[in-house]
Design a protein around this ligand. Structure first.
Ligand SMILES: Cc1cc2nc3c(=O)[nH]c(=O)nc-3n(C[C@H](O)[C@H](O)[C@H](O)COP(=O)(O)O)c2cc1C
Length: 346
């Protein structure tokens, strides 16, 4: 099967799902430009998921819907107290009261309730981050006729995904923005950049491999395809697009090329790559006090909201890959067309 035939699109290009930075609008624009648009569903309740899927479905193009499949952790009072005391000076500085403990988790794992909504629309693709859902939930997705994708950060994770029902694997190199999709090899010291991870995953797997992480232009696309990718998944390069919902502070940080990115656990408890800001400089970027994913969000959320209201990104997760040279404040079709040149032969 040719690689574009697998995606059902003109281009073997997937716009990465980016929770918090986009809704169906970006995915629809990408679909109209000939690539596969993705809807991130990790932070959507069932009613919002249904509304967004209705919009995507009406576009008449294939699309991907993305979920997280983490196991919600038990709360740890000692760690929660340490996290709160680390954040207390910021609460005092911004004149805020500390919220009560046990704030609602901002990110929910894939569930039967979400599958009920998906069944109405039967998306062409469903992708997962942090592994795969439990077998009976995965079987429900497969019965809908959706192809299943998931991210791997090591060869071992890629083999596990292949053995447990993925139809294709996204090899997520260390350059990638947002959360690491790791679920077996959670130490980033074990993980490689896209150029090293991709050919090893391609060599190890029988199923198709999609490259992700640091791909921002036609040269990056060409390099990934030359290393055996069947398609590429690009996130960061779409963040400044007109159709994205990227916040003003996030856009400003992305447009300034000077500040590097780092992996941090301060915003959710899970390791994710973002542009370094004040709280990352002062508390980490990795802190042993931060509660496990996704519980850290509750402590930092009020600081983020208050700071953003004054135009400050000091407490905002400024998710970005290491390579933001492909970001364009332009319609998404322009980013798709720039990347598409990397697929042209000759
Ligand atoms: C702002 C942002 C949010 C992201 N959110 C998600 C998400 O909700 N689900 C997911 O599977 N991956 C998410 N990712 C990771 C992407 O799937 C992908 O691995 C990454 O964007 C590829 O690297 P690049 O950003 O260098 O293109 C996110 C990435 C970014 C930049």
């Amino acid at each position: 099967m040719s690689d574009s035939a697998f995606l059902g699109t003109a281009l073997p290009l997937i716009q990465a799902p980016m929770a918090g930075a986009q809704d169906a609008q970006l995915a629809i624009a990408v679909g109209e430009a000939g690539a596969l648009g993705s809807l991130p569903a990790a932070m959507l309740d069932a009613a919002t998921l249904e509304r967004e899927l209705r919009r995507l479905h009406a576009s008449g193009r294939p699309y991907n819907v993305n979920f997280f499949v983490h196991t919600p952790p038990a709360t740890d009072d000692t760690r929660e107290a340490r996290w709160r005391s680390a954040l207390a000076p910021y609460y005092a500085e911004l004149g805020l009261d500390m919220p009560p403990t046990g704030g609602g988790a901002s990110r929910q794992p894939f569930s039967h309730e979400a599958a009920d909504v998906l069944e109405v629309f039967r998306p062409a693709f469903v992708s997962f981050h942090f592994g795969l859902p439990a077998p009976e939930l995965l079987a429900r997705v497969k019965r809908m006729g959706s192809r299943v994708l998931s991210s791997a950060t090591t060869v071992r994770e890629a083999l596990w995904l292949q053995a447990n029902g993925a139809d294709a694997v996204i090899a997520q190199g260390l350059e990638a923005g947002g959360h690491r999709g790791h679920f077996l090899d959670k130490d980033p010291a074990m993980q490689a950049e896209t150029s090293a991870l991709l050919p090893q995953v391609v060599a190890a797997l029988k199923i198709l491999v999609i490259a992700a992480g640091g791909i921002a232009d036609a040269d990056g696309v060409r390099a990934a395809m030359a290393r055996g990718a069947s398609a590429v998944q690009v996130g960061t390069a779409f963040l400044l697009c007109d159709e994205a919902r990227t916040s003003a502070v996030h856009r400003a940080a992305l447009a300034d090329p000077q500040t590097p990115t780092a992996l941090t656990n301060l915003f959710t408890g899970g390791l994710a790559r973002g542009i370094i800001n004040r709280v990352m400089r002062e508390q980490g970027p990795v802190s042993a006090a931060a509660p496990p994913f996704p519980l850290a969000t509750a402590g930092i959320g009020p600081l983020r909201a208050k700071a953003e209201a004054t135009g400050s990104g000091d407490f905002t997760p400024l998710w970005s890959g290491t390579n933001r040279s492909g970001c364009r404040a332009a319609p998404a079709a322009e980013v798709v067309h720039a990347l598409a040149r990397g697929f042209a032969s000759g």
